[in-house]
Design a protein around this ligand. Structure first.
Ligand code: GLV
Ligand code: MN
Ligand code: MN
Length: 415
């Protein structure tokens, strides 16, 4: 069977995506499937069964990353790894990450239907905690597997309720072993929705991703003094929420001075968080992204200086905690070429672009030649229930993934 004729089954894939969307289903078509929750376990159990049905050999590593291996004709060779994540944001969509895992499964199912053997083994992966919505920072499973994070640091992470990553992993029955981690990876490919408006606005079917922009995650804790709201005079108050509000406003105006910089305070918590007590503490997060590492660092330094200056002048008390500092990553040219050849073979329109969002591919790029394929997101929205990609675009993306996988899994080496 020639590889030009290999065609995925889009109805089957859309059905599989819909089955996944039932687990943690929200009222408006989205999903809440936070990592290592009961919903994540139900999804993992179903995915495990799908891997078994596809005849794959299954492994779980010590961070709960799940792998399904399809044997190669020369099975001793390094595998081609494909996949993404099945966890979601609290108000997530049904495609972010999920397309990359279930699209990879569709690739395997298609190869099985066609009885198409490859020289190298192919492994599918579902990475744990890509979103960072429950345990911070994001991409913990892929970062741990690639030794960016130490094992103990990851297993000891706690969520906002104080639940521990390692215990939660054991509780849902997905604590595997260190020797099951993917190693000697020949190449890694991740298919993903774009999550932004660029492909749709430029009427292109496929994004060939050149790399991923860097980011910082910071948490600011503002200390105040609690008091009765009806008795403490305004002049004597140390109101943590008021101080946080001033700092946040200043941060956004500082960011506006940097072209292409993206910044967001996405989370804020106040204590004691009641209507008739002056707040004693406020904690807020800052997410900072920029394609250029130098500019991102210049901004974060200026941000720190500005915050300390304000706390001095206005007599505030704050503490700054770094949660993540991730460099801009550039993908491997030879993998970009393989993807481009696949796209051109099908005659799809495409754009070479950088990823605004972070992905597991970011850390995989440190240990193996890596590339990503994007498809359009309708209205450019993601991390929300309205997230949508059309079946026709999904089909194109998975075709490109299939073609690229066949090419890579039959390559002796990458030049
Ligand atoms: C991952 O979803 C990110 O934060 O970019
Ligand atoms: Mn994702
Ligand atoms: Mn995401």
């Amino acid at each position: 069977m020639s590889q030009q004729l290999a065609e995925i089954n889009i109805q089957r894939l859309m059905g599989t995506i819909e089955e996944s969307a039932e687990i943690g289903k929200l009222p408006n078509g989205g999903i809440c499937r936070l990592t290592l929750t009961d919903e994540d376990k139900v999804m993992r159990d179903l995915f495990y069964q799908w891997l078994l049905d596809a005849g794959l050999e299954i492994r779980i590593d010590d961070f709960g990353n799940m792998y399904g291996r399809r044997e190669g004709e020369r099975d001793e060779l390094a595998p081609v790894l494909i996949g993404s994540h099945l966890d979601t944001q609290p108000n997530g969509g049904k495609f972010d990450g999920i397309l990359g895992v279930l699209g990879a499964l569709e690739v395997i199912r298609t190869l099985n239907d066609l009885e198409l053997k490859t020289m190298r083994p192919i492994e599918i992966v579902n990475f744990t905690n890509e979103e960072g919505a429950r345990f911070e920072p994001a991409m913990l499973g892929s970062g741990a597997m690639t030794n960016v994070f130490s094992k103990q640091a990851v297993l000891n992470k706690t969520d906002q309720q104080g639940k521990v990553f390692g215990s939660e992993l054991r509780r849902i029955g997905y604590e595997g072993t260190e020797e099951n981690r993917a190693k000697d990876i020949f190449s890694f490919l991740e298919l993903h929705i774009e999550q932004g408006p660029i492909l749709e606005d430029s009427h292109k079917a496929i994004g060939i991703v050149s790399g991923i922009q860097g980011m910082n995650w910071i948490e600011v804790t503002v200390k105040g003094e609690t008091a009765h709201t009806g008795t403490r005079p305004m002049v004597n108050r140390k109101d943590a929420i008021l101080h946080a509000a001033k700092l946040i406003t200043r941060i956004y105006s500082l960011a506006a001075e940097y072209p292409d910089l993206l910044i967001s305070v996405g989370r804020i918590n106040a204590y004691p968080n009641v209507i008739n007590s002056v707040s004693s503490e406020a904690k807020f997060s800052i997410d900072i992204r920029h394609p250029n590492n130098k500019t991102r660092k210049r901004f974060t330094n200026q941000l720190r200086e500005t915050l300390s200056m304000m706390t001095l002048v206005e007599n505030m008390e704050i503490q700054i905690t770094d949660i993540a500092d991730v460099e801009t990553e550039h993908f491997t040219d030879s993998i970009i070429d393989v993807i481009q050849t696949a796209v051109e073979k099908y005659g799809y329109s495409y754009l070479n672009m950088q990823s605004g969002a972070a992905h597991d591919a970011k850390y995989l790029n440190k240990v193996a030649p890596t590339g990503m394929i994007f498809i359009p997101s309708i209205n450019g929205v993601s991390h929300c229930e309205e997230e949508l990609s059309e079946a026709v675009d999904i089909e194109r993306g998975v075709q490109v993934l299939l073609h690229s996988v066949i090419t890579l899994a039959n390559k002796e080496n990458l030049i």
